[in-house]
Design a protein around this ligand. Structure first.
Ligand code: CDP
Ligand code: CDP
Length: 224
């Protein structure tokens, strides 16, 4: 019997993790933590500071001095780097195309994993990322592995971009997604992979509401 459980949502790029995780957290009145945003914030700070993405020592020095903050927001949660809002900045192509390199570094992962567990220790939580069910919260009561075809995921990102006035061709987005998924799945430390006890949800034909309802139904069985 537990009303404050952990819900881990992992999956490849643009499967809908953040969108769905935020809504599930709202439903249960849980904390929502977007771990991808944390890797993106460090990548953005490294770009601004001109730190080489291969220089782990320099990145660790930077990270030690980096505050990552979240605040509720619509349609997406607000993200802060050292007190400054960077919600849009962390979605820039330059960040997106370098984040997997930063996220492959062992000490960077160790530090961010510690911070993520600290956030999760504060109560009921919905956390989304790549290694939440396998590494960050291996005892999570609910583990979801969210997937969708790469064409569908590219279309979703395309629609998001167009709404923001960013015009990247669909085939370029598809290529970016495939490259990032490959890097995330093939790194040595905590690669993107489905936890043995995770429920796979293929969202290709599903609406956001359908996905959210399915996860709420799965989680409700664990909440007393
Ligand atoms: O939202 P999108 O699918 O574009 O990605 P994200 O969730 O913002 O994550 C950005 C990147 O951070 C991923 O491509 C991974 O390289 C890295 N990441 C990770 O390694 N581990 C996590 N738990 C979350 C993200
Ligand atoms: O966090 P992740 O990269 O997995 O995906 P996201 O940032 O939540 O982006 C997913 C996009 O697909 C958003 O524009 C959603 O509105 C849309 N979408 C979805 O999330 N789930 C569906 N079943 C259908 C569309």
């Amino acid at each position: 019997a537990n009303s404050k459980i952990q819900i881990a949502i992992d999956g490849p790029a643009s499967a809908g993790k953040s969108t769905v995780a935020k809504l599930v957290a709202k439903h249960f009145n849980f904390i929502y933590c977007d771990t991808g945003a944390m890797y993106r914030v460090l990548t953005l700070k490294a770009l601004k500071a001109n730190v080489d993405f291969a220089d782990e020592d320099a990145l660790m020095t930077l990270l030690a001095d980096t505050q990552i903050g979240f605040e509720p927001g619509e349609p997406v949660q607000k993200v802060f780097l050292d007190g400054q809002e960077v919600t849009n900045d962390i979605r820039q192509p330059e960040v997106t195309n370098n984040v997997s390199t930063v996220a492959a570094l062992g000490r960077v992962r160790e530090e961010l994993t510690n911070r993520q567990r600290e956030i999760a220790s504060k109560g009921g939580i919905v956390m989304d990322g790549r290694d939440i069910g396998t590494t960050v919260l291996p005892n999570a009561e609910v583990k979801i592995f969210l997937i969708a075809s790469v064409d569908e995921r590219a279309r979703r990102r395309f629609a998001d971009n167009e709404a923001k006035g960013i015009h990247t061709p669909l085939d370029v987005l598809k290529q970016e997604i495939e490259t990032r998924d490959y890097k995330d799945s093939h790194r040595k430390i905590a690669p993107l992979t489905q936890a043995k006890d995770a429920v796979k949800v293929d969202t290709t034909p599903m609406s956001i509401e359908q996905v959210v309802d399915e996860i709420i139904e799965i989680a409700s069985k664990k909440i007393k």
